[in-house]
Design a protein. Structure first.
Length: 274
């Protein structure tokens, strides 16, 4: 389905996430003439994509021919205090502000914007760079069903989208899916290291771990079965997998560690939020 919006889309920040979103929008058919990118120093691959499609690239945006229909804020959180006020001055009450900046709460945007401006805060994750991310989003009271639909379509260009009713839930979302890819990558590291300790050559151990983790993830993605049933299907009674799971599923095993890890990430997300 071709992606359409009414008006101009202003993308602030063409870093990893901004580039992923821009690539997804273009792939889904969004008219490049509707896009303005604001970034004083975009990465090379983003610059090449922008040039290829003839997109309006600006180091700063002080004016547009018309107020933007959507402002997508993808700048680094530490740059937000300098970057957002000029963007807010371009916005009108009809403008949708869609933020993918970690740790910045909705009320932090609202104080710069005209009263009644719809603001959506979301948390994507790094698989968005290959169109396989998942994004959790929440809107303020001014986000109508139509405006939510617009944001949903923009975010689906980089993967799946889920909506939550309370902004506070994004701290737990950050801990599970935002930080989650790092947990999976670490699992692959640990699995390879364990293989080396068991006698495998390092190159072979890393290849086995990499393909096992990515393949199992793809199987989980494609299957309609829940994770616990997929686990049971590969576990023969008293077999090798069963022996390993006795360790991982012990009282002080992986489940306990994961609860502690997600809890720590949730608390840190709350501390960092502004």
């Amino acid at each position: 389905m071709t992606l359409r919006i009414d008006g101009t889309l202003l993308l602030a920040g063409a870093g990893n996430m901004g580039h992923a979103m821009l690539a997804g929008w273009l792939e889904r058919g969004l008219d490049p003439k509707q896009i303005v990118v604001q970034d004083p120093s975009p990465p090379q691959r983003a610059k090449e994509l922008i040039q290829k499609h003839g997109i309006d690239l600006r180091a700063a945006v002080s004016s547009l021919r018309e107020p933007p229909a959507v402002v997508v804020v993808a700048v680094k959180p530490q740059s937000m205090d300098q970057a957002f006020p000029p963007l807010a001055q371009l916005s009108r009450q009809s403008t949708i502000v869609l933020s993918v900046a970690a740790g910045r709460r909705i009320d932090g945007f609202e104080r710069y914007l005209p009263k009644g401006t719809p603001v959506v805060r979301c948390m994507p994750n790094t698989p968005a760079s290959i169109g396989r991310g998942i994004t959790a989003a929440v809107g303020n009271a001014h986000v109508t069903p139509a405006k939510r639909s617009t944001c949903d379509a923009l975010l689906r260009a980089i993967g799946e989208v889920v909506w939550v009713d309370e902004e506070g839930l994004l701290d737990a979302v950050t801990a599970v899916s935002g930080s989650g890819p790092a947990y999976v990558f670490y699992l692959a590291e640990c699995l390879a290291e364990a293989g080396i300790k068991a006698g495998l050559a390092p190159e072979l151990a890393h290849k086995l771990a990499r393909h096992t983790v990515s393949g199992a993830g793809e199987l989980l993605h494609r299957s309609d079965l829940p994770a616990d049933l997929l686990r049971q299907n590969v576990t023969s009674p008293n077999g090798t997998t069963f022996a390993a799971l006795q360790v991982l599923m012990a009282d002080n095993g992986l489940a306990k560690l994961m609860r502690e890890a997600v809890g720590a990430a949730t608390r840190r997300s709350r501390e960092l939020a502004q």
